[in-house]
Write a protein that binds this ligand. Structure first.
Ligand SMILES: NC(=O)c1ccc[n+]([C@@H]2O[C@H](COP(=O)([O-])OP(=O)(O)OC[C@H]3O[C@@H](n4cnc5c(N)ncnc54)[C@H](OP(=O)(O)O)[C@@H]3O)[C@@H](O)[C@H]2O)c1
Length: 307
């Protein structure tokens, strides 16, 4: 099946040719949305998209035209790229553009908001959908939707609007089920708990997620978990400890054979998001006057290991 670009009222600028950006772009295009890509080197891009149920669909995307102001941008990049990306994108954005930012980890929002014009609205999307890029075949980018999930969306900032934006339904069809919330921070802290335990430990020891269920990791997991709960309570996002521990165990079991994103990045020699996961935890602890020795030690071990 070939999905050509269709004329529609929504014009989506999707940044990059990464896994989540192209997953979104393909699924938006399938729903009849007009999508163009903002790439480091502007050129048309062919994408072979493998859907969750295994069907293969061909997509084609044009580069975003330089002379067109974007009113709607989806920016699913690594946390360490987010600020630079928005700075580069700014001349292309309409005065009242909506920017949907999506990444793992925390700590980017304040500096990004400082880059925005008064009528530009920042949104944050967190998703549990999974996708990856397979080795490129000739000129075609291959994207695999590897895991179904759900997404949470919130407007960010002091002037956040709380009515439903006109693009929300399209986004829900692409990355839904979609829940819109007024405060995304509690959800980001829940996800941070999972990320700051599973990612650095699996990347450091080069093991799949399920290995963390072994007694070898029990004391370390427990110590990291308790320190995180102390911090979360101190910053105003107290965790229901029994529920949070159960959720952590469920993620470890459900994704037992998966390699965490940080392990994949380490093995591929790519930069990891450690500074926005454990690094963020440590910066927040310092801000609150807390010392988290287990997280400090883990961060140091990751740095000593070169990631
Ligand atoms: N993949 C998943 O299953 C998944 C699931 C949930 C959450 N996440 C999170 O979502 C975020 C994105 O993940 P991902 O897997 O999609 O990452 P990714 O595959 O690395 O994609 C990011 C893309 O953005 C591009 N990019 C960055 N800055 C750019 C700029 N200024 N201009 C143009 N392109 C730019 C990168 O290009 P270069 O490669 O040239 O740098 C890359 O193609 C991460 O925080 C990740 O942890 C991922």
């Amino acid at each position: 099946m070939t999905n050509s670009i269709q004329q529609n009222s929504a014009d989506w600028l999707v940044v990059g040719k990464g896994a989540i950006g192209l997953l979104s772009a393909c699924r938006l295009q399938q729903k009849g949305e007009r999508v163009q890509l903002w790439l480091r080197q502007p050129a048309p891009l062919k994408v072979a998209f493998t859907a969750l149920e295994g069907s293969l669909q061909q997509h084609q995307f044009a580069p975003w035209p330089k002379d067109k102001a974007a009113k709607l941008a989806l920016i699913a990049v690594k946390a360490y790229d987010a600020l630079d990306c928005i700075r580069q994108l700014q001349p292309q954005l309409a005065e009242d553009a909506s920017l949907i930012l999506s990444h793992n980890g925390l700590g980017t929002l304040a500096s990004i908001q400082a880059e925005l014009k008064p009528k530009q609205q920042l949104w944050f999307l967190t998703t549990t959908h999974g996708a990856y890029i397979k080795a490129d075949k000739a000129a075609t980018r291959q994207v695999v939707h590897s895991g179904g999930g759900n997404s949470i969306l919130a407007a960010i900032g002091p002037n956040a609007i709380h009515q439903e934006p006109d693009w929300q339904r399209a986004l829900a069809k692409a990355l839904g089920p979609l829940q819109r919330v007024t405060d995304i921070q509690p959800f980001l802290w829940q996800k941070l708990l999972i990320n700051c335990l599973i990612n650095p430990l699996t990347a450091l020891h080069q093991v799949p997620n399920g290995a963390l269920a072994s007694p070898r990791f029990a004391a370390e997991l427990d110590g990291l978990f308790n320190e995180f709960c102390l911090l979360a309570a101190a910053v105003g996002y107290p965790q229901d400890q029994a529920a949070a521990w159960q959720q952590l165990q469920q993620v470890i079991q459900r994704t037992a054979s998966n390699r965490s994103s940080m392990l994949q990045d380490r093995l591929a020699g790519r930069r990891t998001e450690l500074a926005f996961i454990t690094g963020f935890v440590l910066r927040e602890a310092e801000r609150c006057g807390l010392v988290l020795p287990k997280h400090q030690q883990l961060y140091q071990q990751c740095q000593d290991a070169g990631f």
